[in-house]
Design a protein. Sequence first.
Length: 378
Amino acid sequence: MAEVIEQSRTPATSLDVKALGELAAARAHQADRDRRLSDEVFDGIRAAGFPRHFVAARWGGREGGFAECLEAVEALSRRDASTGWCAALSATLGRMAAYLPEPGQRQVWAEGPDTFVVGALVPSGQAVPDGEGWLLSGRWPYVSGVHAADCALLSCIVPLADGRREPRFLLVPRAAYRVEQTWDTVGMRGTGSETVVLDPTFVPTEHSFPHADLVAGRRSPGVSACLNVPLRSVSGLTFAAPILGAVRGALDEWSAAVLRKRADPDATTALVLARSAGEADAAELLLTRVARDADLGLVHDEWAVARAQRDQVLAVELLLDAVNRLQRTAGTGGQSLTGQLQRFWRDANTAAGHAVLQWEPAARRFAEAEFGRLAETP
């Protein structure tokens, strides 16, 4: 058992988003123009406790839960979804880094639990065997929050000694790679999801772990409970939570604009508000059930994983219906580039394009699991 690292900061007792939300809202338009968050906002993400949220207590982390993270990301994204997205990923990548062997974990958290880890989840690059590890090189696009990174987990299909090839995550320090500016999208512009470019760099085996460990969820004694969760049962939370916050922000902006126009909104306006707010509430209930089930260790078989995946994607479908209705009924004022509504709308629709939030694969997996369960019932 490794010793607990002595910390220079007092560990947070909860994810503190109020001050960060104010800062993020004030910097949102600038982040949109710069296509990245400011250093000040990134510092706020660290100070609020996101990178350490899932980190083991022995490294000074909080070993926090999914429900608390969901709530905090939603509240933050209600002010700026790009900030919420980067905060969510900093927590998620901290959880992923815990799958590294002991030497890799020690490398990540040698300076404390607030290490900002970024990652590329889609395999890319090339890995050439080199002694007890690989020479890793290549390009990995769409690495959100990369401007604040202390290190990166890069996915690559690597050759093994027995001739097989295996998808793995490999840890590389910030000094090893450069960042190429390739991020220029309609929404989520502030995430700064640029491309990591790595020249041949040696990565020892003990600084890597198989995709399969993360997908299955490690189920061994002595590890944080948050690690004993299959990836698909929670992966959508990271990306759905900022969308939920963005839609809440859009509801705030839309309602304020309505009240500025008239003190007594008409029936049509009331119907739009009730439908969109109801859809946001329904989405929140679905996402909260997913997070709480993960925290309670209830996602332990194929059917439970498939239902969790379905719920995350269905929640996003509801949220898109809500925010698109709000934007469509906001009038000309809602299209103003100086306003907030269109930014929340752009961010929600862009975020929903993420691969883990697509409806058809989630629906098919749930149907297969449900029919399989029914077929086994006497």
